[in-house]
Ligand binder design. Structure first.
Ligand code: 5RP
Length: 262
């Protein structure tokens, strides 16, 4: 890698590196999507190749599946795994109750299915993802392409009666085309600014025809491993609060850091 790692990348990396310690031989591991989760996949790949770690990975997107294969992790489908020991994934926001907004990378549907089928879900995130209340990050919802504008209008109208500060929404784009999820659907990003009652909103959204899933992860996450730009990590557990504060020593070795710009 040319040059020093940016603090944000260091933060993501140390969170991923610490979270890799949750993984034991023989585990079925849900592999999240996004830049932080990609660090985890690389860390696990290195352990598979160098230390003989034997795991089965269940990816949450085609992107993650490709990376996992590339670094040497055996991949199986969720239906083959049936149940997972653990899922480790990134997040766009997390609050004090470890509720999350996810889906910035458009993989929220598979991510939620995989996390829900796991004994535990551990989130890895840089400290910038921590919020007082959820909603500053636009909330992604996955919608069926058929009649998506009608669904969008219904969602915006429903938001009038919800405890949110904004109710604009936008169709996620990929260049000049609609972004298409791995399941062939669209993403609407809801610009809510603040979500007063995330649990209620998550339930209401999922009751609407045309909405497949929303990016609110309520009562799913068990622990967050938070990375800081100076190499510190903090582990927050849903039951016990902050259980660890540590500093990770790392060397920017060629093999793990060469493909930083994914
Ligand atoms: C993808 C996600 C990601 O986990 C989330 O967007 C965080 O990504 P990053 O680690 O790149 O900040 O939910 O759908």
């Amino acid at each position: 890698m040319a040059g020093e790692m940016l603090p944000i990348d260091k933060a993501k990396f140390v969170a991923a590196k610490r979270a890799a310690e949750y993984i034991e031989d023989g585990m079925r591991v849900g592999l999240g999507t996004g830049s932080t989760a990609a660090w985890l996949v690389r860390c696990l790949g290195e352990q598979v190749r160098n230390d003989g770690l034997r795991i089965k990975g269940i990816p949450t997107s085609t992107r993650t599946a490709e990376l996992a294969r590339e670094v040497g992790i055996e991949i199986i489908s969720l239906d083959e795994a049936k149940w997972l020991d653990i899922t480790i994934d990134g997040a766009d926001e997390f609050d004090g109750d470890l509720n999350l907004i996810k889906g910035g990378g458009g993989a929220l549907l598979q991510e939620k299915i995989v996390a829900t089928a796991s004994d535990q879900m551990v989130v890895i995130a840089d400290i910038g993802k921590e919020v007082e209340s959820l909603g500053n990050f636009p909330l992604p919802i996955e919608v069926i392409p058929f009649g998506w504008q009608t669904t969008q209008a219904l969602v915006e109208e429903t938001l009038i009666s919800m405890d949110v500060l904004g109710r604009q929404s936008s169709l996620r784009m990929n260049g000049d085309r609609s972004f298409i999820t791995d399941e062939g659907n669209y993403i609407l990003d809801l610009h809510l600014n603040r979500i007063g009652h995330p649990r209620q909103l998550a339930m209401v959204l999922n009751q609407m025809p045309g909405v497949v899933e929303n990016g609110l992860f309520i009562d799913i996450c068990d622990a967050v491993v938070i990375g800081y730009g100076d190499g510190r990590v903090e582990v927050r557990d849903i039951n016990e609060g902050t259980v660890e504060q540590n500093k990770i020593d790392f060397v920017e070795t060629d093999n793990l850091f060469s493909d930083l710009q994914e």
